[in-house]
Ligand binder design. Structure first.
Ligand code: NDP
Length: 489
């Protein structure tokens, strides 16, 4: 049964000013999940004004760090208490398998708890420069923060954005993807039950063109935090020049997953499949380029092909399902266009490449896990972010060549190395131009560690101690201990 939602503006649940709404459908079944307001610039302006008032005149900045921290812990508790409902809604809204959604929900709660703890550890410093003065360096909230997030991890991305911003004392306007607003609105409902002052958290639904652009360009917004595609990231930067907003960007990737001949083969096979196909491959850090040493190339590919039948496709709420549908019909068509490009470029399709057949797949945007072998580094399927279940296997002959191919990309988000030689693992990892790296592992993400990319994969870092920096200003306060006139004139 579908539910009607309103947006959260200034502590009140609100329809869009135009009265327009949007149907949110389950990408696996086409069923209606929710009806949400379709906001426009005017709604974004109302939310920005509410956040501005709440920051400039409201009580939030004066709430002690201890109290802010406690509120964040209570948000974590509230997420856990409604975890089963949130996970189910996440599956129905964005298609991922239930086990993945449950992991996201738990991680979202952990994120609020991490930043709840950090709220009381935001510290400045003191200095005595020159001798007759004392200087204090204090950290203050940036102000009004616009936060724009994508459709692949709707609840988790909302947590990554809201938790550090609130811990630091900011007010926020969050805009989820137009396709996946449901769990962000549910999170808003949980937060309002905790008596967070009106205007501190505003959640607007609707398209990037309009509401999202307004958040990026409106001069009353002090900071914009964005997760999404690199092309959109550039537009956000352009919009942010209006008042030289502080910017943080988490963008796309074309991430190399490098397997050396001395790797534990079984672990590498598992890791390569998980890197490429978790969350249908709709992951910014997906290991979408599998670089494999030539001497084990055939064994590794055969090992993956033997396991592909275990990736059961279906509705994410069906027991045993390991891969759900893609987010939309348009996105599936985009991914399919890359499969055609790969074939036309001469890569060898060794599995997938088509829609699964059967009545359970007819109404969803399903696509089989797809592997191209003998991909050349210059092919488009090796260069461009496909953001779906398409893996490109690229053989290499030496460590130096692996590093060269791995770094030959405009992106620099994530990378992994599989080897049982610890020295090689570290040596190669140090050469990789990427912000998130793994050795004998893939996709593990920690609230305690910085997340973000080199090169065109973004600017700044989220999570960990680094993540709160994006939401803090730094002020020096100089106290003169010598009260005599300076006698300059
Ligand atoms: P988009 O860049 O299309 O959209 C991301 C968000 O930006 C959505 O809320 C979207 O709104 C909004 N938006 C779109 N156009 C504008 C605009 N002109 N001004 C302001 N906001 C805008 O990305 P997707 O949602 O398609 O997500 C996929 C992309 O996100 C991939 O490239 C992926 O790599 C990246 N990503 C990066 C992550 C990271 O941590 N680095 C994590 C997850 C995803 P709407 O959709 O509502 O119209």
């Amino acid at each position: 049964m579908s539910q009607n939602y309103e947006m959260l503006i200034d502590g009140k649940w609100t329809k869009s000013k135009s009265g327009a709404s949007r149907n949110i459908t389950d990408p696996a079944s086409g069923e209606l999940v929710a009806v949400v307001p379709e906001s426009s610039k005017e709604d974004a302006v109302a939310a920005i004004q509410a956040a501005r008032r709440a920051f400039d005149y409201g009580p939030w900045r004066k709430v002690s760090a201890l109290e802010r921290g406690k509120i964040l812990f209570r948000i974590g508790d509230a997420i856990r208490a409604e975890g089963a409902k949130l996970a189910k809604l996440e599956v129905q809204n964005c298609g991922k398998p239930l086990a993945e959604a449950e992991y996201d929900v738990a991680d979202a709660a952990n994120c609020f708890e991490f930043y709840g703890g950090l709220a009381t550890k935001i510290q400045g410093e003191t200095m005595s420069v020159p001798a007759n003065s004392v200087s204090i360096v204090v950290r203050e909230p940036v102000g009004v923060c616009g936060q724009i997030i994508p459709w692949n991890y709707p609840l988790l991305m909302a947590a990554w954005k809201l938790a550090p911003a609130l811990a630091a004392g900011n007010t926020v306007i969050l805009k989820p993807s137009e396709l996946t607003p449901v769990t962000a609105l549910e999170l808003g409902r949980l937060m309002m039950a905790l008596e967070i002052p009106a205007g501190v958290v505003n959640i607007i639904t609707g398209p990037g063109a309009g509401a999202g652009e307004e958040l990026a360009s409106n001069p009353n917004v002090d900071k914009i935090a964005f997760t999404g595609g690199t092309v959109t990231g550039r537009k956000i930067m352009n919009g942010a020049t209006s008042n030289l907003k502080k910017i943080s960007l988490e963008l796309g990737g074309k991430n190399p997953n490098i397997v050396f001949a001395d790797a534990d083969l079984e672990a590498a096979i598992d890791g390569a499949l998980f890197a490429a196909f978790a969350n249908q491959g709709e992951v910014c850090s997906a290991g979408s380029r599998l670089l494999v040493e030539s001497s084990i190339h055939k064994k590794l590919v055969d090992g993956m092909l033997a396991k592909i039948p275990k990736i059961k496709l279906g509705h994410g709420l069906t027991a045993g399902v390991k891969m759900g549908p893609l987010i939309s019909a348009a996105h599936r068509e985009k991914v399919e266009s890359y499969i055609k490009i790969g074939r036309d470029e001469g890569a060898t399709l060794v599995c997938g490449g088509k829609r699964p057949q059967g009545p359970e797949f007819e109404k969803g945007h399903f696509l089989e896990p797809t592997i191209f072998d003998y991909v050349k580094p210059q092919m488009r399927v090796a260069k461009e972010e496909i953001f779906g279940p398409v893996l490109s296997v690229i053989p290499f002959n030496s460590e130096a060549q692996a590093i060269q191919i791995a770094n030959d990309t405009e992106y620099g988000l994530a990378a992994a190395v599989w080897t049982q030689n610890a020295t090689r693992g570290l040596r190669v990892t140090k050469e990789l131009r990427a912000g998130i790296t793994w050795i004998n592992n893939y996709h593990s993400t920690f609230n305690e560690l910085p997340w973000g990319g080199y090169k065109q994969s973004g600017m700044g870092r989220e999570l960990g101690l680094y993540g709160i920096e994006a939401y803090l200003e730094t002020k020096q306060i100089n106290i003169n201990l010598d009260t005599a006139p300076i006698g300059w004139y």
